[in-house]
Design a protein around this ligand. Sequence first.
Ligand code: G6P
Ligand code: MG
Length: 218
Amino acid sequence: AIKGFIFDLDGVIADTSVYHAQAWHQLADELGVTWTAELADNLKGVSRMDSLELILKAGNLTDAYTPAEKEAYATKKNTNYLALLKNMDASAILPGIQAFLDDLVAHNYQLALASASKNSPLVLEQLGLAGYFSERVDPTKLKRGKPDPEIFTRGAELLNLPPAACIGVEDAKAGVEAINAAGELSIGIGDPTILGAAAINFNDTSELTLANIEQALN
Ligand code: G6P
Ligand code: MG
């Protein structure tokens, strides 16, 4: 039986994936790299430095910059991102998420956060959701990012649950792959043509309810 839920943050709990995309788009323009919908989708769930590498690769610029220059570009993106976050509040919580979290708590499910973002503590604070997530995987301690299962494996360990007792919730292709590879049940939020590997797919967070999950599993 399912006992725990392991959540991605950006694009699942909060509307912040658009801010990440906006900040990367700005940097891509500066680097002369063409911004495409496909590139935007491939960046979802991917760590800051890995995202920069994907952008550079898209522009055939992988070897064009020194490690120090790459650090500076990654910092620049983060500065742009933090500026976009500045006025964010609970209104950025995606539809149905607050009610779903309350329902999970009421039904004694355990919750953990599996976000690749170093900004996730700040985001949770600003949303007023920090209290729901006492268990968080620290992305700075990971060896490999999504689609590697490490972050979701760690999430289950934090909850002291076997992976098969956990549901992972993701909006990113790389994230769904990570959940599946961890041996957990994946819920993909978004375009089913992109998240086809998910065990359960919902078009948006408003469909994320225990009743809909139970129905999808039967
Ligand atoms: C999440 C987002 C990505 C972001 C990554 C790192 O996975 O979906 O878009 O690149 O976190 O975020 P950070 O805030 O550490 O740069
Ligand atoms: Mg996400």
